[in-house]
Structures are given as structure tokens and as C-alpha cells.
Design a protein around this ligand. Structure first.
Ligand SMILES: [Zn+2]
Length: 324
């Protein structure tokens, strides 16, 4: 499905087999060819949908000259390598994405090891760790590998489809996340940063321990809130207009989550995983256990920064307790 959102700029709805069901990519057309904003998954269904959609506007995959990626998640950049191979498109991405495409000699991926270590030290059960490692490797192999041709610059502005587009770093969901803003049209392509129905999972950058996902997320929401946006096109879900209202609801959500996190630790010293069970329940499937751990962890480290909690290592685990 291809929908024109303004002159020379289209929203493309691509299929996804998992729970979100679809992901949006965007197509900007000008004399030089096509700039694609995100790519969707590397599946035959996505490829066919992309081909058919481009056909409708008299273009082909070979016309794709540039690909701008919001962040290194497989539903956003899975197809990038395949497109790069076919059309020679140049791939643009955040410098923070770089560690995710480092490979070890044995072709296993460094980041899976980091995730295992992180999960272990925070108390995630081994069964869940094995499941997550397997899943992440499957995701990795399902993506087509690519090289990043250009990193975004600070204050990056570019002309796509004959319009000025600003690349805004919006770290939080991931460290490398960017959103795309068209100031003249007052259109925001928010990626996974602001979604209409759900709050994005916030994850630490295991290659950059100084990164504070929640702090960064809230700061980048505040920057976004100040923009005169008329229409938001998220990567998942329907386009919407009330950006400020949505951001307020997200602030609220995190205030509540923070309070619950603190109260859990107040009731007794525990690992991040046990806190997450307190908040999200004990019956989650493995993948959700991992997401819940991430969500909880980002709040715990903020509470430490604020001096309300402290952490201690014992028996290979990290425990959180109320600061004296
Ligand atoms: Zn994502």
C-alpha cells in the first residue's frame, strides 16, 4: 500500500509477521531518483510489496539512490543490504549504529554476547537468555548485511523529494534512533520514537554504558514537543495529529512506571529481573521477560542517578536497594 502524504512523499505500508503486523517506510521522489526512509524486513513479501508500490509511481528498485534509516532494528533496516546490492543505493545511518554491524571472526555477533552478559547479571533466567540469544541471531541472519556509506551529521539537513528534511537524533528507544522532520510541511516521521498506541521499549546501549535511555528519551521528546508539527507519521500504527497530547501521555506513563519501580525496591533489595516481575507479572513469555527487564533497568539506572537507589554486586548479580 502506497499513500501520498504530500507532493513527492509517500507512505508505504509493509507486511510484518509479528505482533505489530506492519511497518511504514517512506518514499521520496525527485529527479535524481528515490530516497527510501527505512526499508522493512528482508522477506519476499516485503520485496514484492516494495516493487509493486514503486511500479505504481513509474519507478523500480533500481531507482533507489539513497536509504535513510531511523535505527538498527530489523523491521526498519532488514532489507537495506539487498537494496544496496541491487541498486547501489547509499545507506545513511547514525554513527551510534556502527557497533551493531561489527562481526566477530566466527560470524557470531558481538552484540548477542553483550546481551547475554547483561541479562545474566540482571537475573534473567537462563531459559529466557537462551531463547533471546537464539531469537536475536535469527533476526540478524534474517537481515541482509550492508555497509553504512554515510553517518548523519549533527544538525543534518538534506533535500529529499524536493523538500527540506531535518534528521533529528531522538535517542531512547535505541541509542541510534533518528526521526525525520519536514519543517515547511510540518510533517514528522517519528519512527519508533513516538507511536500512537504503545510506548516504545527503551533499551540500553551495551556498547556505550554511559548512555541513559530514559533520560535521553525524555529529553528528545521535549525537543520534539517544541516543534510546530501538524501531522505525525509513525513507523507503526495510524498517522495522528495531536503530538503534544501523545507526548504528555508518554510522560505520564513513565512517571507511573518510575514510581512502581521505586516502590518495588522499597519493599526489598532485588535484581532488576525481580523488580520487572513485580511490575509486569511473573507469567510473561521469554521475549516479553527480556523487554520487561530492559524497561525496568532504564528506570533503575535513572533512580540511581537521582540518588534514590544504589546498586551492589554479589554472587555474579546486581542488586538494587534504597539509598541510605
Ligand atoms: Zn525499533
Amino acid at each position: 500500500m502506497l499513500e501520498e502524504i504530500t507532493d513527492n512523499l509517500y507512505m508505504l505500508t509493509l507486511p510484518m509477521p509479528f505482533r505489530l503486523m506492519h511497518v511504514h517506510a517512506f518514499v521520496a521522489v525527485d529527479n535524481e531518483g528515490i530516497t527510501l526512509l527505512d526499508t522493512g524486513l528482508n522477506t519476499p513479501e516485503t520485496f514484492v510489496r516494495l516493487e509493486e508500490s514503486l511500479q505504481k509511481i513509474g519507478k523500480t528498485i533500481h531507482d533507489i539512490k539513497r536509504v535513510f534509516i531511523t535505527h538498527y532494528h530489523i523491521d526498519h533496516c532488514g532489507m537495506a543490504g539487498r537494496l544496496q546490492n541491487i541498486s547501489g543505493a547509499r545507506i545513511h545511518m547514525s554513527e551510534q549504529s556502527r557497533p551493531f554491524i561489527l562481526r566477530r571472526d566466527d560470524e557470531e555477533f558481538l552484540f548477542v554476547d553483550r546481551i547475554k552478559d547483561f541479562s545474566l547479571i540482571h537475573g534473567l533466567p537462563e531459559k529466557a537468555i537462551d531463547f533471546i540469544s537464539g531469537l536475536l541471531l535469527t533476526f540478524k541472519k534474517a537481515g541482509s548485511s550492508f555497509t553504512i556509506d554515510e553517518f548523519y551529521l549533527p544538525e543534518h539537513r538534506v533535500i529529499v523529494g524536493g523538500k527540506e528534511m531535518q534528521v533529528m537524533p531522538t535517542p531512547g528507544h535505541t541509542h541510534d534512533h533518528v526521526s525525520f522532520y519536514f519543517p515547511q510541511e510540518r510533517i514528522l516521521l517519528s519512527g519508533d520514537h513516538v507511536l500512537p498506541e504503545i510506548t516504545p521499549n527503551l533499551s540500553p546501549d551495551l556498547f556505550a554504558p554511559e548512555f541513559r535511555p530514559l533520560r535521553s528519551y525524555l529529553d528528545s521528546l521535549a525537543l520534539m514537543e517544541a516543534l510546530p508539527v501538524e501531522k505525525v507519521y509513525p513507523a507503526h500504527g495510524q498517522p495522528f495529529s495531536d503530538l503534544k497530547g501523545r507526548i504528555e501521555a508518554i510522560y505520564d506513563h513513565h512517571r507511573t512506571r518510575k514510581r512502581l519501580t521505586y516502590e518495588s525496591v522499597q519493599r526489598g533489595t532485588k535484581t532488576a529481573f525481580v523488580v520487572s516481575q513485580d511490575i509486569f507479572g511473573v507469567d510473561l513469555p521469554e521475549f516479553d521477560q527480556f523487554l520487561a527487564l530492559n524497561e525496568t533497568y532504564v528506570h533503575l539506572i535513572e533512580l540511581i542517578q537521582e540518588g534514590l537507589l544504589r546498586e551492589e554486586r554479589a554472587a555474579g548479580l546486581i542488586f538494587y536497594s534504597v539509598a541510605p
